[in-house]
Design a protein. Structure first.
Length: 350
């Protein structure tokens, strides 16, 4: 069997690009789940990375083997017919909520980093999303294949600069007091569950399109490994920022302090990652809605953006810190079933 590394890297890029949304790229999500817990957060990241590698690959391989065209079919396979339908309704609201977080994140980039209004950032993101969605999955592949390697390079560069700063080891080993410290125990599981449950809106149809088991398997492994590297490097960077919880986009603040010559490029990359996540989420919601009602795509997409925009009017950091952990706990059931469900035999790819 010919090994298609190029296709595997493309799948890996889409996997990373789907997970690395507003909260991840800005650093806010990593702060919320991991970095605010210090060294305990670092240990949680290592466990989360292993889960992202193993279960991300399994999710896509399983989707391809059962010929699931959409995440609705995948959830029915995991949960059963009736429970699967209920989970799909919950998923619809979760995707809407996360799309709102992404739009708020785009607005935060314009407001905090560019000195422009939040609404301008949101409206520009919505406009560009409409345009790119006309291209379809090819546009998603192209954007992710370009943005993801740059994001990885920047993360590694910031980590290298942070490690060289005085007192890095003390910051790494420090365990700060947290009123909700118990959340650090659940963080690897809720974080992985949240990201995989939401990413399936994009990963399931992509896996179905590729079909080749070896390619999908290694795409998941490479993508999960890249996510782990970004998580670790971002954590090493974030722990060097005093009062890291007060910033909307802490990674950009750090870039401005220790590598200002790359600052504007990094802001564009952050925006690019937010942008690809918006497209992926809207794509998944649109496909689900049009399986329920027969309406033109323009109407469904317009409705999705209107609802998401209204939710995004809430401050980005408040939205993320309240919605993401909640969605993570809801997604734990999905996580457990994905872990326990065996892969079906594939005659073409044993």
């Amino acid at each position: 069997m010919k090994k298609n590394w190029s296709a595997a890297f493309q799948i890996a890029a889409v996997y990373v690009g789907t997970v690395v949304g507003a909260g991840f790229a800005t650093g806010r999500e990593i702060v919320e789940f991991f970095s605010r817990f210090g060294f305990i957060g670092f240990l949680s990241i290592l466990l989360s990375g292993c889960l992202l590698i193993m279960l991300g690959s399994k999710l896509m391989r399983m989707a391809a083997r059962i010929n699931a065209v959409s995440y609705q079919e995948f959830n029915v396979h995991l949960f059963g017919k009736w429970a699967g339908r209920g989970i799909n309704i919950i998923m619809l609201f979760m995707l809407l909520g996360v799309t709102a977080v992404m739009l708020a994140g785009a607005g935060a980039v314009f407001e905090e980093q560019l000195g422009l209004t939040k609404n301008l950032g949101v409206f520009i993101t919505i406009l560009f999303s409409f345009l790119v969605m006309m291209v379809g999955t090819k546009g998603l592949f192209a954007v992710n294949s370009f943005v993801v390697p740059i994001m990885v390079c920047f993360s590694l560069m910031l980590m290298t600069l942070s490690i060289k700063q005085p007192g890095f080891l003390n910051h790494l080993l420090f365990i700060p007091h947290a009123e909700d410290g118990w959340k650090s125990v659940l963080a690897p599981f809720s974080y992985t569950a949240l990201n995989l449950a939401l990413a399936q809106a994009v990963l399931v149809p992509i896996a179905n399109e590729i079909k080749d088991d070896w390619t999908i398997k290694w795409g998941g492994i490479l993508g999960g490994t890249a996510l782990t590297v970004i998580l670790i490097s971002s954590h090493f960077t974030l722990i060097m920022l005093p009062n890291l919880e007060i910033y909307e986009i802490p990674m950009a603040i750090i870039m401005k302090q220790i590598a200002p010559f790359f600052y504007w490029t990094f802001v564009l990359v952050i925006y690019g990652e937010i942008f690809t996540s918006v497209i992926g989420n809207v794509y998944g919601i649109d496909r689900q809605i049009r399986q329920i009602v027969t309406v033109p795509t323009f109407i469904t997409i317009s409705t999705i953006f209107i609802v998401s925009y209204l939710i995004s009017l809430i401050d980005y950091s408040k939205l993320l810190s309240s919605l993401y952990p909640l969605f993570g706990y809801i997604s734990l059931i999905f996580f457990i079933l994905l872990w326990m469900k065996p892969l079906k035999n594939n005659r073409n790819n044993p």
